[in-house]
Ligand binder design. Structure first.
Ligand code: C2O
Ligand code: CU
Ligand code: CU
Length: 480
C-alpha cells in the first residue's frame, strides 16, 4: 500500500515543485503571532432576543457589520460580525414555531445568509447568487420543521464564503425539540455550545486569511467561541457540550487528555437512538457532535484538556476544563434518546453518483480547481433534480488529487441523510443517526440515503472545505 501523506509532508518531499511554489511561498513569507493557551475564560455567545413574537413566529433582527473583537488579550482584532459579536449571537428556535430573521447588510460587500442543517424554503436558503447587497435589508424565514439539532448559520457567498467565515460570519442556531428529554439531560448552564475554529493572526493581531492555493484556510491558534484555547471552570458533575467544527479547512479528532471516553448523544441532525462512549470522535468541517462529559470522576483541582488528535503542538490543545467545585447532579443520560427508523435502500427511486476531485490549473501561480463529476459550479446548470418526496441514494466518491490526502466533507442542503455504506461496508455503528455533512477521506466511497421532502426549488450539494466550495466544488440541486 502506498504511504498516505498529508499535504505538508508531500510538499516537503518536493515531489510537486509547481504546486510547492503555488502554495507555500505566501505562507512562508508571513510571520504569525503566537498566542499562549489557557489564558482566557471560555466565552459563551449570548442568546439573541426576539424583537417580537406572535402566536406562530419569533422575529429577530441582525445587522451584518464590522466590529473589533478582543480575541487575544489586550489586542483589538477587526472582524466581520452578525450583530457585533464574534462569533454571532445564538438563535434559539423551537420545533413547530417559525423564526424570521431580518438581516441588514452594513458590510461593504454583498452577503448571503444560510442556515446550515435547516429544512428551509428555497428563497431563504441562501443560494450563492441570491445576495443581500450592501445597505439592504431582507427577511429570511425558517419554518423549523426539521429535526431538533445543533444547527448554525454562516455566510454562503459565491467565491467568497471562505473569507467571510474566517473573518467571523458564523453563529449557532439551536433548534430545540422535546423539552422533557432536554431537562433529563444536563441543561441550563450545564448545556454549552462550543464553536471550534482554527485561525491565524498577523503580528499586529489581524486575522490572516490565506486560502493556500485553494487548498483551504487554516490557522495557528485554536479558538473556541472566539477565544484562544480557553479554560472552563466546571463543577464535578455532568455537562452537555454541543460541539461544532466551524473551521474553514481543518478536520479534527476530539479526545480527552485523561482518556476518559466521550459519551456521544447527538450528531449533526440531533439525538442518536442511544448514547455511545467513544475514546475519540472525528469531527470534520461543519459537522456537529453532542457529548456528555461527567467530571464527577475527577478530584477537585483536576485539569482535563480537550484535544484534537489530528494536530500537533498548540493546535492539538483545544481547551481545558478545570474541575473547581462539587455539585449536586440529578441529570441522567437516558439509554433511549430518539426514535430512529433506518431507511432501506429498496425504497430508493434512484442512485446518483458524485465524484469529488481536483484538476490542476496552469497559470502563475499554478493552482487547483475543485470539481464534482468533472465540473465547476454553475448556478444556472441543474446537476440533480430529485422529485419532491422521493427517496434517493447518493454515492459520494473521493478521487483524491495528485496523490495527496484530501478530505472532502460533503454537505446536502434541505435533505438530511443516513449513512448506508462506507467503502462497501455497513458502518460499524448501526443507527448512526441523521447527518447533513459526511467526511469522505481520500479514495473513499460513501452511500447515503435521504428523502427530498419539504419544499420544491433550488438547493445545493457541496464540499464544506470552504475554499474547495469557493473554487468550486458545488452543484445545484433542484427539487422538482
Ligand atoms: Cu454550511 Cu451550504 O453550507
Ligand atoms: Cu448548509
Ligand atoms: Cu473538498
Amino acid at each position: 500500500m502506498p504511504a498516505r501523506l498529508d499535504r505538508r509532508q508531500f510538499l516537503a518531499q518536493g515531489s510537486a515543485a509547481l504546486l510547492h511554489l503555488a502554495v507555500s511561498a505566501p505562507t512562508q513569507a508571513r510571520s504569525h503571532r503566537v498566542v499562549p493557551e489557557f489564558q482566557v475564560a471560555l466565552p459563551v455567545p449570548a442568546v439573541l432576543r426576539a424583537v417580537r413574537s406572535d402566536t406562530t413566529t419569533d422575529y429577530y433582527e441582525i445587522v451584518q457589520r464590522e466590529a473589533h473583537a478582543e480575541i487575544i488579550p489586550g489586542v483589538r482584532t477587526p472582524v466581520w460580525t452578525y450583530d457585533g459579536s464574534f462569533p454571532g449571537p445564538t438563535i434559539e428556535a423551537r420545533q413547530g414555531r417559525a423564526t424570521v430573521v431580518t438581516y441588514t447588510n452594513s458590510l461593504g460587500v454583498p452577503t448571503v445568509a444560510h442556515l446550515h442543517g435547516g429544512v428551509t424554503r428555497p428563497d431563504s436558503d441562501g443560494f450563492p447568487t441570491d445576495t443581500l447587497a450592501p445597505g439592504e435589508t431582507r427577511r429570511y424565514q425558517y419554518d423549523n420543521t426539521g429535526r431538533a439539532a445543533t444547527l448554525w448559520y454562516h455566510d454562503h457567498s459565491r467565491r467568497d464564503a471562505g473569507r467571510k467565515l474566517y473573518t467571523g460570519l458564523a453563529g449557532f442556531y439551536l433548534l430545540k425539540g422535546d423539552a422533557r428529554l432536554d431537562e433529563r439531560l444536563p441543561h441550563g448552564e450545564y448545556d454549552i455550545p462550543l464553536m471550534l475554529q482554527d485561525r491565524a493572526f498577523t503580528d499586529d493581531g489581524e486575522l490572516d486569511y490565506d486560502h493556500d492555493g485553494h487548498h483551504g484556510a487554516t490557522g495557528r491558534v485554536m479558538l473556541v467561541n472566539g477565544a484562544p484555547s480557553p479554560v472552563l471552570e466546571v463543577a464535578a458533575r455532568k455537562y452537555r457540550f454541543r460541539i461544532l467544527n466551524a473551521s474553514n479547512a481543518t478536520a479534527m479528532r476530539l479526545a480527552l487528555s485523561t482518556h476518559q471516553p466521550l459519551v456521544q448523544i447527538a450528531t449533526d441532525q440531533g439525538l442518536l437512538p442511544a448514547p455511545v462512549a467513544l475514546s475519540t470522535i472525528g469531527l470534520a468541517m461543519a459537522e456537529r457532535v453532542e457529548v456528555v462529559i461527567d467530571f464527577s470522576v475527577y478530584p477537585i483541582g483536576s485539569r482535563v484538556v480537550l484535544q484534537n488528535r489530528r494536530a500537533n503542538g498548540p493546535l492539538s490543545r483545544v481547551m481545558r476544563f478545570d474541575v473547581v467545585r462539587a455539585q449536586r447532579d440529578d441529570s441522567i443520560v437516558p439509554q433511549r434518546l430518539a426514535e430512529f427508523e433506518p431507511m432501506p435502500r429498496s425504497q430508493a427511486a434512484r442512485t446518483r453518483t458524485f465524484v469529488f476531485g481536483g484538476e490542476p490549473t496552469l497559470g502563475v501561480p499554478p493552482g487547483v480547481h475543485w470539481v464534482i463529476n468533472g465540473e465547476s459550479f454553475d448556478p444556472l446548470r441543474v446537476d440533480a433534480n430529485p422529485r419532491l418526496g422521493d427517496i434517493e441514494v447518493w454515492r459520494f466518491v473521493n478521487r483524491g488529487f495528485m496523490g495527496q490526502t484530501m478530505l472532502h466533507p460533503v454537505h446536502t442542503h434541505l435533505a438530511p441523510f443516513q449513512i448506508l455504506r462506507r467503502n462497501g461496508r455497513t458502518p460499524l455503528r448501526q443507527g448512526g443517526g441523521w447527518k447533513d455533512t459526511v467526511a469522505i477521506e481520500d479514495g473513499e466511497e460513501v452511500d447515503v440515503i435521504m428523502q427530498w421532502s419539504g419544499y420544491r426549488g433550488r438547493y445545493l450539494l457541496h464540499c464544506h472545505n470552504l475554499e474547495h466550495e469557493d473554487h468550486s466544488m458545488m452543484v445545484r440541486v433542484d427539487v422538482i
